[in-house]
Design a protein around this ligand. Sequence first.
Ligand SMILES: Cc1cc2nc3c(=O)[nH]c(=O)nc-3n(C[C@H](O)[C@H](O)[C@H](O)COP(=O)(O)OP(=O)(O)OC[C@H]3O[C@@H](n4cnc5c(N)ncnc54)[C@H](O)[C@@H]3O)c2cc1C
Length: 375
Amino acid sequence: MNHSTHILIIGGGLAGLTSAIHLAQQQIPVTLIEKNTYPVHKVCGEYISNEVVPYLEYLGIDIHDLDVVGISELHITTKKGKVIKSKLPLGGFGISRYKLDHHLWNLAKELGVRLLNDQVTNVGFQGDKFFVDTTKNGVFSSDYVIGAYGKRSIIDKNLERDFSQKKSPWLAVKAHYTSKFDSKTVALHNFEGGYCGLSVVENDIVNACYLVNYKSFKKYKDIKDFESNVLYKNPYLKDFFENAELQFKKHITISQINFDPKKPVEKGVFMIGDAAGLIHPLCGNGMAMAIQSAKILCDVLSDNYFSKKYTTKEIEELYTKQWNLAFSRRLYAGRVLQKVLLNHGFQVLAQKIANTIPAIVPEIIKQTHGKPLVC
Ligand SMILES: Cc1cc2nc3c(=O)[nH]c(=O)nc-3n(C[C@H](O)[C@H](O)[C@H](O)COP(=O)(O)OP(=O)(O)OC[C@H]3O[C@@H](n4cnc5c(N)ncnc54)[C@H](O)[C@@H]3O)c2cc1C
């Protein structure tokens, strides 16, 4: 079976669903293919920067309808438990991906987006059309393809993207807990080989999500063993995990998380969200970037849909330029920060500097974040 569409979006996470909603609101025909069935839990710190709020409102999403939790403070601890406290310059909110992605999915459906639960296995280009293979629904042809499939997918291999050939040492573990935790704070606790984010989402649930180097992790027999022997060396993490009650049957994990630079356009496919570039999670800004990259691309595509003023090459150049302008500096700052924060000597030094000159921390945070999106 061969289906035809104007724009085909691969992946319905934050970037893909935001794009689908944006394009559908402009009456542009769009099909989105997502391999998961919602609602579903996803590995994520679940803290979103407020910079996306004006754009979400423009799309008709009032975050207050979703019982989000306002977050205004950041606590960072060294692996021995020395603390840096700072106000978050813009602040943000906590909401589970279980709830947020499902909400966006339903909104896209209401707006008439053709949503399919299926897996894309390949993307090819012939003549002036893309051909997208799926597991259950056969082949789709389209004028444009948006790659919104996240950190890593079989499609990266098919497109021969550089990073897809490499192994990455990073894995992440996440679960929800009930526990006492200050709801206006997002905490980033360091431990040997990684760091753990804690923050509150809807219904007073605390999300704990950590990123760890596989070398550090593989010495232990399971997650519990790893947490007791490694995370518990940070007194804040010990206190949290000893007093928290796990709400999941089991933790969810992902591996092969790669932070290498990527390209925003690859063989004509417009990449958005993590598929275009993944910022280190300690910056707490990947979701805002996913949403913002969707806005940048959809503004260009919808402008062209009505005016037909650009060639495909011009659209590619315009998107690449705007994407670099919005994110290159942030991604670089994130890479530097990750190096600093994973080194214990630097952590101690950073903690001393931050306590002597507290104004420095919000300034550093600003380097990894953007300004509220203008709509
Ligand atoms: C440990 C960790 C903690 C993080 N914490 C935070 C945080 O606190 N705050 C923050 O802002 N960001 C955080 N991030 C980053 C954030 O999770 C991502 O930047 C964000 O989810 C990117 O959204 P996306 O839409 O690009 O990708 P995703 O949300 O991953 O969505 C991609 C979608 O594509 C689908 N898909 C993949 N392949 C296919 C296929 N072949 N066919 C069909 N569908 C497909 C997937 O099922 C998925 O639903 C964290 C990341 C990690 C790893």
